[in-house]
Each structure stands twice: as C-alpha cells, then as structure tokens.
Design a protein around this ligand. Structure first.
Ligand SMILES: O=c1ccn([C@@H]2O[C@H](COP(=O)(O)O)[C@@H](O)[C@H]2O)c(=O)[nH]1
Length: 274
C-alpha cells in the first residue's frame, strides 16, 4: 500500500469518525436478521451489513473465527467481505489473533500482510503470548507493506487477567511488558503497531503514557462497557482509542434506517473521546 496504516487510520477517522464496527456473524444474529444460519445466510448477513454501513463507518473488524466456522466457504465469504469494505472506502482490521513461532508467523505474514496476500486487509490482530519476539516477521512484513498490527495486551475477557496481570522477573505486569516491547518496535519502524486493550476493566493495569501507537478497544456494548467508561478509564490516552462495537450493532437488526441510526448514535458518543 502506498500509505502507512497510521496515515490511513487518521484520514478515515477525520472523514468518518472514530469508530470500528465489528462484523461478528454469530449464528443467532444471522437468524435474527431473517437468514438461515448457513453459508448463504452468512453471506447475506455480512453483505447487508456492509451495504448499509459501508459508506458511513471508518473501520470494520470482521471476526475471522465466525467465518472459519463455515470452513473454506466461510473463509471465501470473509475474503469477499474484506474486498467489499475496501470498495466502500472503509478500512479493515481482521481480528484473527494469530500467534505462533517465527517460521509459522512467516506464513501468516504471507497470508495477511503482503502486497500479494489473498486478504487485502489494512491491519491484523496478533497474539504475543509466544513472546513478542515471535511476531518479528509480522512487524517487518506490516512495516514493509504499510499495514498495521494490533497486539493483544490487556484483553476484555475476565479470563485474561490471571495471565496478563502476572508479574515478570523485572516486576512489570505481562500486559505492560507487551506494551513496552511493542513500543520499542514503534520507535524503530514508526507508530504502526497498536495494542488491544479491553474497555471492561476499571483499572487498565497498564501505563500507556509513552505508547505511540493506536489502541483498539473492544468490550463496549454487549460486554458491558460504555463510551463514557472508555473516556474515564483511558484518560489522557482516550484520543488514541479506536473503540470497537460488534454485537450491539448486529442486535439492532437488518432495518437500514435503524442500523444507520445506531451507528450515528455511537458516532455522537465517541466524539467525546477527542
Ligand atoms: O480483548 C478482546 C479482543 C478481541 N475481542 C473481539 O472483539 C469483538 C467484541 O465483540 P462485542 O460483540 O462488541 O462484544 C469480538 O469479535 C471479540 O472476539 C474482544 O472482545 N476482546
């Protein structure tokens, strides 16, 4: 890509507002929109969501697992959904949380982060829990191709805390070590690498003061957090937040007027983040 992820993200936020809408085609949501929970229902649900919201939303975050559930046909729907979001002028963060040792990460880099990759995404979520260094091929491929990465640090789910708030030998929390290790890459390669920090924790458990990348923040809506919580919990760093809302939007149903209204309402709220 001829621009960097951080440049595209900034431009998209200025044009459309600071909001990432998750494309999370849970079978129950597909059914509630009046479609069969089959591959063709999946395709109809996703296509309708993008047709209605594609020109409004800055960033979409398809959840890979909910497409992979349908096998190769579901992955084909995902590939087309990415292309449809891009054709509508929106950016795409693929939420696939990839993480493995370096030789395997090279395969994921070829799949997601190169000019010739089948998935023409803008950014990818990755897991650092085989060591941030195991993500090295991803950092390099993303920097070379103008793509971004979002590295899991402090996830929104309650099960994450025991691991992520454990202390390293140096006394930092594991989540903080991830923040610091990713920031080292940002200093060398540019602020293209962000973090996933859940909105659901009253105490974030990490210090983000020195972090220069963007913060992908899930947990708003169905998981209980509000945009006001994000503003309070992220304080000075709220302007680096890219809030994600998935099921709360899907639960509105397929009516285009209602769907657009729900997103406009969220866009009004996120203006408060600065
Ligand atoms: O810490 C994390 C990391 C990723 N997610 C993903 O975000 C969405 C949230 O969906 P909602 O319906 O808005 O709750 C989903 O795709 C998760 O896999 C997360 O929730 N927390």
């Amino acid at each position: 890509m001829s621009t960097t992820w951080s440049e595209r993200l900034q431009a998209a936020i200025e044009a459309r507002g600071r909001l990432c809408v998750g494309i999370d085609p849970h079978p129950s949501l597909i059914a509630s929109w009046g479609f069969e929970p089959t591959v063709s229902g999946l395709e109809n649900y996703v296509r309708h969501q993008i047709e209605v919201l594609g020109l409004t939303v800055a960033v979409f975050k398809p959840q890979s697992g909910l497409f992979e559930a349908y096998g190769a046909a579901g992955v084909a729907v995902l590939e087309r959904a990415v292309a449809d979001c891009k054709a509508a002028g929106a950016l795409v963060i693929l939420d696939a949380k990839r993480g493995d040792f370096q030789p395997t990460m090279q395969g994921y880099a070829r799949g997601y982060l190169m000019e010739e990759s089948p998935f023409q995404i803008d950014a990818l979520t990755v897991s650092p829990y085989l060591g941030v260094g195991s993500l090295h091929p991803m950092f390099i491929a993303a920097a070379e191709s103008g793509r971004g990465l979002y590295v899991l640090s402090r996830t929104s789910n309650p099960e994450g805390s025991a691991l992520q708030l454990a202390r390293t030998g140096e006394g930092a929390t594991v989540a903080q070590q991830v923040v610091d290790d990713v920031e080292v890459r940002n200093e060398v390669l540019g602020p293209e690498f962000g973090l996933v920090i859940g909105a659901t924790h009253e105490d974030l458990g990490v210090n983000l003061d020195e972090f220069t990348g963007s913060l992908l923040v899930p947990g708003i809506g169905a998981q209980g957090a509000t945009v006001a919580d994000v503003k309070r919990r992220f304080g000075d760093r709220a302007s680096a937040v890219l809030p994600n809302v998935s099921r709360q939007v899907g639960r509105v149903g397929p009516d285009p007027h209602a769907l657009k209204g729900a997103v406009e309402d969220l866009l009004d709220q996120v203006r408060e983040l600065g």
